[in-house]
Structure formats: C-alpha cells, structure tokens
Ligand binder design. Structure first.
Ligand code: AKG
Ligand code: FE2
Length: 356
C-alpha cells in the first residue's frame, strides 16, 4: 500500500500546469482584489470605437514638437531641457542600433524569453506580482478587460547588456541621480508591455525627474499639462461622476473631454507616439498615457543639470538621507558647473535631520 507521503508526491507529479487564463485570473485578483467585473465599462466591446477614435488627435491641443535623434545634445538641451518643453524624438533605436529593435510586437522575439517572469502589479502588502511572458502575451491577445494588467518591469532592464538599449544620446549628457549610486537612487528604469487599453493615469514623475520613453511597437496616446497646472485641472477630479473608474482608459475617453470643455485655457499638448519614437517628458509636467495597441516600450527617469533646482527641492524634502549623499557627491565633482549647483543648493536653509 502506498504511504500517504508517496500519494502526495504522486498528486503533485501529475498536477497539470496552470493555463494562462488561470495564471492571469490569479494575478488580477492579487493586483485589484476588490474589482469584481474587469469588463464592466465595455471599452473592449460596446465602447470600442470610442477608444479607436483617440487616434488621430482631433482636439485643439497644442501639437508636440518633433526632432530627429541626430539632434546634438547641446541643441536639445538648449531648445527643450532649458525651457522645460516636451518633444518627440524620432529614430533613436535605429540610429543607436538597439538590439531591443527586434521586439516588433508584444510577443518575445526569442523562444528562450517565453518563461521570463515579469512584474504586472503589486498585492495589498506591496508584494510583486509576476507572470511568465508567454502567459501575458496570450492575455494581451485575448483579454476583453477595460483596463488590462500592464507589465512595468525594472529587473529586465538591469539584466540586459548595453547593446540591448541605452540612454539616447540626445539626453545622455547627465543623469545627476547616478551620483548617489544604483542601490540608493529610487527605481528609474522600466521595460513596459502594454496591452491595448492599458495605460498610466495622469501624474507628475517623482522627485523632479524628467523621463524619456521609447516605443518599439504599437501606438501610445499622450496628454501633457504644463508645470503649474493645478491637480484639480489635470486630474479633472471634480468632473468624475460617482461610480466611474479612474483608470487611464476612463481618463482619456470620459474625463479628458470634460477637462477640455471645463478648463479650455489650461495649456495642454497631445500626441500619438508611434514605433521608433521617443517622448521626452520634462520635470514637472503632468502626463497620462493610453496604449492604443499592444505596445513595447522602455522608459527611464533622470535629472539633468538644467532641472537640478526642481529635483533638489523635491529630494531634500522627500528623501533627506539621499539628498545629503547627493549634495556631497555634487560638491566634490570634477565638473565646476556641478560644484556651482551644489554651492547654490547649500545656500538654502539646511535640510532637517532625518529621524529614521
Ligand atoms: O505608460 C507609459 O508609457 C508611461 C509611463 C510613465 O509615465 C511613468 O512610468 O512615469
Ligand atoms: Fe511618468
């Protein structure tokens, strides 16, 4: 007679692997446990055309300036960074020969990547929820969710070598947060796989950082509001009706038209980003993104010398320990311009001591 132990062993040996549907159902439950009906609003079915109609941009928004990836870093800095103006930069992956260019659809370009586990969310305890890439690809293809899960993975960028992708030359002059070291600086780079209708709700990037976001596949719909726009205007929080969800798809389809009508003078730039294009988001700009197709992108946050004051202001109040280490590095830097920034920062009232 089989012992209880061998019966258990047999049962686990013959246990069939979870289907992609089961894996994704479990991941969705962990990420949004209270959401009972993921397709309540019908953005994949009866309201599908409203999402499709977000391209082309037909609103009276200001257009997004476009420049070529060959723009000299000094010219980019002068024209966009210094004035804190966003732009679309065309042709970075081709010009810079990224291997990531192979990733022309949401599907992995190589079979060995299928088992790679990528982050799709966090549970209520802040624990990372991961799924295998091949399960996520099936989900992207077949789901009818209003706002599908979205891969935002940090580890993937760190594991790949420099040829996979690199900081675009046009904005690669500095990333002043590098000075505090990889371990101490906040998370700053992500590989993104966004099924159609997934997206990022309106926000300002943390600690006064700017960002570049390069798209390899699909289209991303963007809206940006200039720095100084109030939270009330950018989020449209007073225009949201009871029971409405606050996902990116709800924002673009329902809330943004109300914001445009209610606050016509708020300065706003809208655009559709296409494969091969890099969006530069300067510090302090509100922005929201909706994936119009299944998208593949990589994004990174950074601090340039032109944006130092804003980043210093946020860091010294939000991350006191890191701010002190940062200032020490800047003060002893070989570049006199950076030492001057540190000297000016020191003239501000001292940073109160961290209690922790
Ligand atoms: O969904 C996106 O592509 C935008 C991401 C973004 O804005 C961010 O990570 O801060
Ligand atoms: Fe952002």
């Amino acid at each position: 007679m089989a012992s209880p132990r061998s019966v258990i062993a047999q049962a686990t040996d013959t246990k069939r692997p979870a289907t992609w549907q089961e894996t994704m159902r479990a991941a969705k439950k962990k990420h949004r446990p209270k959401l009972a009906d993921w397709s309540r609003d019908g953005f994949a079915t009866r309201r599908r055309t409203e999402v499709q109609e977000l391209d082309p941009v037909t609103t009276n928004a200001q257009p997004m300036p476009r420049v070529d990836a060959g723009i000299a870093p000094a010219a980019f800095s002068e024209r966009f960074e210094r004035h804190s103006e966003p732009c679309l930069v065309t042709g970075v992956p081709a010009r810079e020969g990224w291997a990531l260019r192979e990733w022309t659809t949401i599907e992995a370009p190589r079979r060995d990547l299928d088992r790679l586990r990528l982050k799709v969310g966090e549970d209520d305890d802040g624990k990372t929820v991961r799924v295998a890439l091949r399960d996520f690809v099936s989900y992207a293809r077949f789901n009818r969710d209003d706002s599908p899960l979205y891969v935002f993975d940090q580890g993937f960028c760190e594991k790949h070598d420099k040829d996979f992708y690199r900081v675009p030359a046009f904005c690669g002059r500095d990333d002043l947060f590098e000075l505090v070291g990889e371990k101490r600086r906040p998370p700053h780079r992500w590989f993104l796989l966004g099924p159609q209708r997934s997206g990022t709700c309106v926000h300002i990037d943390p600690l006064g950082t700017a960002a570049w976001n390069t798209l390899l596949a699909g289209r991303k719909r963007w809206v940006l509001f200039e720095p100084g726009t109030s939270k009330k205007v950018a989020t449209g929080k007073e225009l949201v009706k009871p029971g409405e969800d606050d996902e990116a798809v709800n924002y673009f389809v329902d809330i943004l038209p109300r914001i445009r009508a209610t606050y016509p003078h708020a300065r706003r730039i809208e655009c559709v980003q296409r494969p091969g294009e890099t969006l530069y988001v300067p510090a302090g700009w509100w922005h929201a993104v909706l994936n119009l197709d299944d998208t593949v992108a990589v994004t990174q946050n950074f601090v340039s010398r032109h944006a130092f004051d804003k980043a210093w202001d946020r860091t010294r109040s939000g991350r006191k320990g890191m701010a002190r280490a940062w200032l020490a590095k800047l003060s002893s830097h070989a570049d006199p311009e950076l030492r001057a920034l540190a000297a000016r920062a020191k003239l501000q009232p001292p940073v109160p001591r961290a209690t922790a």
